[in-house]
Design a protein around this ligand. Structure first.
Ligand code: GTQ
Length: 344
């Protein structure tokens, strides 16, 4: 009976394919449509393993020639695709003393989290900000930006870009600036004074979908966590977790990517949770592990862990720990798609 039935069906499917058509009930057979299943794999990179490669790159290419001297963190599920998660790109960028990463702009948004080194700046549309370890910096979509290291030690930061998402939407544009650097148009950290002091210029109207401030200093974010930690009510899964916000709107620092800084007290053993946003964690201080879908990833300072969307994760801290993270939650929330499951 089966053969008699399947033969006409096979012929039907072949004829559909010839007309660029397909039968939905066949394509979806056996697929669990009840929840997301990311192709991305949970993955960790230890800084001690990656840093030597980054320094090798420093010997091999100059920042000016490479445009951006970055070692990309590629999810093994997307080999060759420059994706850390389904939607996010991540890389470690090195700028050596005296170097300049030339000015350009693109429709992708970039966020930076400074890993090590003093003496570098980044410039956004002619305003510079000095980078210190732990600073969270936003380079809005289509803003001119260059980076320079005027100090005497290597400076490394994590770049997070929405490149895979922007690519998926076929909205990638890029332009190179005519000069190596953008002219300086405003005093250093002007935005910090105008927007970052819990005040706003009277009549301020946001000019673009990006944070009014460029640089969220580790000094102030870390101080907030330190002040709150002793009395904070901890989230069972995420401990004390704060998000970086645009002071002019209260919203996310960019339409596509959000940033977080969290404190997990020594001995913290988190409840399991899952969220639809895909998250890239960087340990800033302390030690611990994150168990993602049953696999345990140990982390210490500067190590990176990727948690794909909707995979169960839980954090444990063996020392007082500070974790930075970035995710695509703003994009998901803007589209009304974001969900979390904290088992409550
Ligand atoms: O600093 O502008 O890691 O354009 C990848 C692409 C950094 C940047 C990256 C970029 C940049």
């Amino acid at each position: 009976m089966d053969d008699i039935r399947s033969d006409p069906q096979l012929d039907f499917h072949r004829r559909l394919a010839e007309q660029d058509l397909a039968a939905l009930w066949v394509a979806r057979r056996g697929v669990d449509l009840s929840k997301p299943r990311s192709d991305a794999q949970p993955k960790a990179w230890l800084y001690d393993d990656v840093r030597p490669r980054l320094m090798e790159a420093g010997d091999l290419v100059r920042a000016e020639d490479a445009f951006r001297r970055v070692i990309v963190l590629e999810n093994p599920a997307y080999a060759g695709e420059m994706r850390a998660t389904n939607t996010l790109y991540a890389g470690l960028q090195l700028v050596l003393p005296g170097e300049i990463a030339p000015c350009h702009r693109h429709s992708q948004t970039a966020v930076r989290f400074v890993i090590e080194g003093e003496g570098a700046y980044t410039s956004v549309d002619g305003e510079r900000t000095r980078l210190h370890p732990g600073d969270f910096v936003v380079t809005p979509a289509w803003s001119w930006h260059d980076h320079g290291n005027q100090g005497n030690e290597p400076v490394v930061w994590l770049d997070g870009l929405d490149t895979p998402l922007v690519g998926f939407l076929d909205t990638a544009f890029r332009e190179t600036y005519a000069e190596l650097t953008h002219p300086v148009l405003r005093p250093e950290d002007d935005a910090q004074a105008r927007y970052g002091a819990n005040m706003l210029p009277v009549g301020h109207v946001p000019q673009r979908q990006a944070s009014a401030v460029m640089n969220y200093s580790y000094k102030s974010s870390r101080a907030a966590l330190a002040q709150l930690a002793p009395t904070a009510t901890l989230d069972p899964a995420d401990g004390l977790r704060l998000r970086y916000s645009d002071p002019a709107t209260g919203g996310w620092p960019s339409p596509t990517m959000g940033g977080f800084l969290q404190h997990l007290p020594r001995g913290f053993s988190g409840a399991e949770a899952r969220m639809t946003d895909s998250t890239i964690y960087v340990c800033v201080e302390g030690r611990g592990r994150t168990i993602v879908n049953g696999t345990s990833f140990e982390w210490g300072s500067h190590d990176v862990v990727v948690v794909p969307g909707w995979l169960p994760y839980r954090h444990e801290a063996t020392d007082d720990a500070i974790l930075f993270s970035l995710s695509d939650r703003p994009a998901q929330q803007a589209l009304g798609l974001w969900r979390e499951d904290k088992g409550r």
